[in-house]
Design a protein around this ligand. Structure first.
Ligand SMILES: Cc1cc2nc3c(=O)[nH]c(=O)nc-3n(C[C@H](O)[C@H](O)[C@H](O)COP(=O)(O)O)c2cc1C
Length: 162
């Protein structure tokens, strides 16, 4: 079977999505390119990839704008690929599922072979961000945890659906 050509495209404000993307990069088979959208001026040529993994962080209930703009602009091309979607967020369970649902367009979620949340971390925050996250986490008794197990399962599901 020919080797897969995969693109991991993401945005990370404070490094956690970056960590998830790098972990996936290590786990994926075949040729893998990795692209931090918030640091790139030019996009890689999407047409050359068999599989595309898109990831972003949730801030105040929404995925970062650079990711929603990317999804909207390339929707038609993305639904022709093997697609996998993830978010990093501190919520879990029903609220994380709800955030995942509004993070990506329905067409992409329905087309994706896997769509999941990995948990989150809070680091490198400015004062305002620290206040927002501390209040949110205390109010809802949330804990900071990034699930390596979920990341491994995500990579395995992509490989299995080849
Ligand atoms: C200002 C701010 C707002 C946030 N709002 C949410 C939120 O509404 N829901 C949630 O689950 N996580 C929220 N988070 C947590 C982030 O999603 C989490 O820290 C994530 O791992 C950050 O990824 P990054 O380090 O790649 O930016 C927020 C974090 C910050 C700094």
């Amino acid at each position: 079977m020919p080797m897969d050509n995969t693109l991991i495209i993401y945005s990370s404000n404070h490094g956690t999505v970056d960590k998830c993307a790098r972990e996936l990069f290590k786990l994926m088979e075949g040729k893998v390119d990795i692209c931090n959208l918030s640091k790139r001026e030019t996009l890689p040529d999407l047409s050359k990839y068999d599989a595309v993994i898109i990831g972003g962080a949730i801030q105040e209930g929404k995925i970062e704008e650079v990711i929603s703009a990317f999804c909207a602009e390339h929707l038609n091309l993305l639904i022709s690929k093997r697609l996998a979607l993830f978010i990093s967020c501190v919520h879990r369970g029903a609220e994380a599922e709800r955030q995942l649902e509004i993070a990506f367009p329905q067409e992409l979620r329905e087309h994706a072979v896997v769509c999941d949340y990995f948990g989150g971390e809070v680091s490198e925050l400015n004062l305002w961000e620290r206040i927002v996250t501390t209040q949110m986490m205390e109010k809802e008794e949330l804990e900071v945890e990034l699930s390596k197990q979920k990341i491994r399962r995500f990579a395995k599901l992509i490989a299995e659906t080849k």
